[in-house]
Design a protein around this ligand. Structure first.
Ligand SMILES: Cc1cc2nc3c(=O)[nH]c(=O)nc-3n(C[C@H](O)[C@H](O)[C@H](O)COP(=O)(O)OP(=O)(O)OC[C@H]3O[C@@H](n4cnc5c(N)ncnc54)[C@H](O)[C@@H]3O)c2cc1C
Length: 481
């Protein structure tokens, strides 16, 4: 039994179903829960490239601290470089006399490198290091094809995944956590800083829609199961209906585990048949992580090398209009504005918006990936890079390049009354349903009645669909040959 263990929280901002915390509680008498944040963030500010996800994390850390306090502990926010945590943690172990460090694995390449450095530094100093696994039901790399290669096609991956990962039961949060009698000096000052951290700013995240933290995640899961799981398969592609779980930001911050989610949906009253389509989506999340693990530069380089030669168009103006939700394609504009205002966008609309950028505008997918990275509250390196490459046609199991979404037909099919578009594009509020997906075709009398002047109040389409489609196909034909 150790006298003191450091529990290093990473992307596992919860107390329940937390293997590192459970291990430390079983193997040490007292615990020192810590998190490493860049110095600016300890003051409560969000910084860096992923500003929305970073704001989310600030709020989530406040929630974790409060949950820890209700169990007798508190969270020390150590100011340091989250990408170089080894010196800080090794110093803390020496200063506090801790002989165990417990943490859960984070699977992106930089985080794995940090884990490696921490493990080496602490083991050299005689500290036991425990690394738990809870981010995925199937840890990346565990599932391979019969030839031992990484899967690049989803369906066989899903078959294998389903057969191997039926979830064990998650375990509950501890009731009590004992802090050491005297905190080491560096943790003491960090705790003080965390107590005074200013309120999180999720200003872009909508009117109280999001509740970062473990309680918020559990509530959202319970509400989804009670009201939407049964109709999930039928309605999940409908951005005009509140039909999906919206658990992605909670999963990204590790406020809830996929094991908790899978266990709750499979043991719910709706039965296995209704749960399966939902599990299938969770499996996409796992597939993306497997692909990143096999191809660590997934966020920057195309998985299919011929795409290196794609004649992309460096269209700064097009990128700006796309980012602002002013492409003249209402479904895309609604999505981009939903993203800007709430930090989240419905999956179907992400697909259409990403397709417009990479195929209609031929703008490199990396520029879209970067924009999403900055403002998604659910930003996750594996999910974002994998999906961008999937849409662009350069990734694993990507849709054939010639299948280019028609943004008008997509709107008519998945937002048939235009309710989603009207919600996010107020200029089109009064446009009749018949024209809402293609307002530029509206006869002048109807446009006048709808009080919208196309090209003045709302833009004309940024490109003609047919012409853009032909240009994209020609570009693709060039790289294929
Ligand atoms: C261009 C693009 C970028 C994306 N970037 C991200 C990202 O940075 N972070 C992120 O979490 N998701 C990303 N996604 C995937 C997907 O859009 C979101 O996970 C989903 O919209 C989240 O909403 P939800 O929780 O209501 O999903 P639900 O429909 O309720 O699905 C449940 C869970 O399954 C997983 N899931 C669902 N669809 C996908 C998918 N296509 N790929 C991977 N996992 C999926 C998510 O974890 C999700 O929370 C991206 C998709 C596209 C097309």
């Amino acid at each position: 039994m150790h006298e003191l263990a450091i529990v290093w929280f990473r992307k596992d901002l919860r107390l329940a179903d937390n293997p590192a915390l459970a291990y430390a509680l079983d193997h040490a008498r007292t615990l020192l829960p810590v998190v490493i944040e860049s110095p600016e963030k300890v003051g409560g500010d969000s910084v860096g490239q992923h500003a929305a996800a970073s704001s989310w994390r600030t709020a989530s850390l406040a929630s974790l601290d409060s949950d820890l306090r209700s169990r007798g502990a508190e969270l020390a926010k150590l100011a340091g470089d989250p990408n170089d945590p080894a010196p800080l943690l090794a110093g803390l172990a020496v200063e506090s006399g801790a002989t165990l460090l417990a943490a859960n694995r984070v699977w992106d390449p930089a985080s794995l490198a940090s884990e490696h450095a921490v493990t080496e530094a602490l083991r050299t100093a005689g500290v036991e290091v425990y690394v738990g696994e809870s981010a995925y039901l199937s840890p990346p790399g565990d599932l391979t094809t019969a030839e031992g290669k990484p899967y690049r096609v989803f369906t066989p991956f899903f078959r294998a995944w389903e057969q191997t990962v039926l979830p064990e039961k998650p375990f509950p949060a501890p009731e009590r956590i004992v802090l050491p009698e005297k905190l080491p000096r560096s943790a003491e000052s960090a705790v003080a800083a965390s107590a005074t951290a200013s309120a999180p700013r999720l200003s872009r995240s909508g009117d109280g829609h999001w509740h970062p933290g473990e309680k918020g995640a559990q509530k959202r899961l319970a509400n989804f199961i009670a009201t939407r799981l049964e109709s999930y398969d039928e309605l999940r592609d409908r951005p005009d209906m509140h039909a999906t779980s919206e658990l992605s930001p909670h999963l990204a911050a590790g406020e809830i585990t996929p094991r908790q989610v899978a266990d709750a949906v499979t043991s719910s009253e709706v039965g296995q048949d209704a749960a399966r389509p939902y599990l299938r989506q969770l499996a996409w999340r796992e597939f993306a992580a497997h692909v990143l693990h096999a191809y660590p530069d997934l966020a920057t380089r195309p998985l299919r090398p011929e795409f290196e030669a794609m004649p992309w168009d460096d269209d700064a103006e097009g990128l700006k209009r796309w980012q602002a939700g002013e492409t003249g394609y209402p479904l895309v504009d609604a999505g981009m504005r939903q993203l800007a205002q709430t930090g989240w966008m419905h999956n179907r609309v992400r697909l259409v918006a990403a397709s417009l950028l990479t195929k209609h505008l031929l703008i490199p997918w990396q520029q879209g990936e970067e924009h999403f990275r900055r403002i998604l509250v659910d930003y996750d390196l594996a999910q974002n890079a994998f999906n961008w490459q999937w849409v662009a046609g350069s990734g694993a199991d990507a849709a054939p390049y010639f299948r280019i979404f028609n943004p008008t037909l997509q709107a008519q099919r998945f937002d048939p009354s235009g309710a989603y578009i009207r919600r996010w594009v107020p200029e089109l509020q009064r446009v009749p349903s018949r024209w809402i997906a293609e307002p530029w075709r509206m006869p002048p009398a109807e446009a006048e009645a709808a009080a919208v002047r196309i090209a003045t109040d709302y833009p004309e389409p940024i490109v003609d669909h047919k012409e853009a489609r032909e240009r994209a196909l020609a570009a693709y034909a060039a790289i294929k040959s």
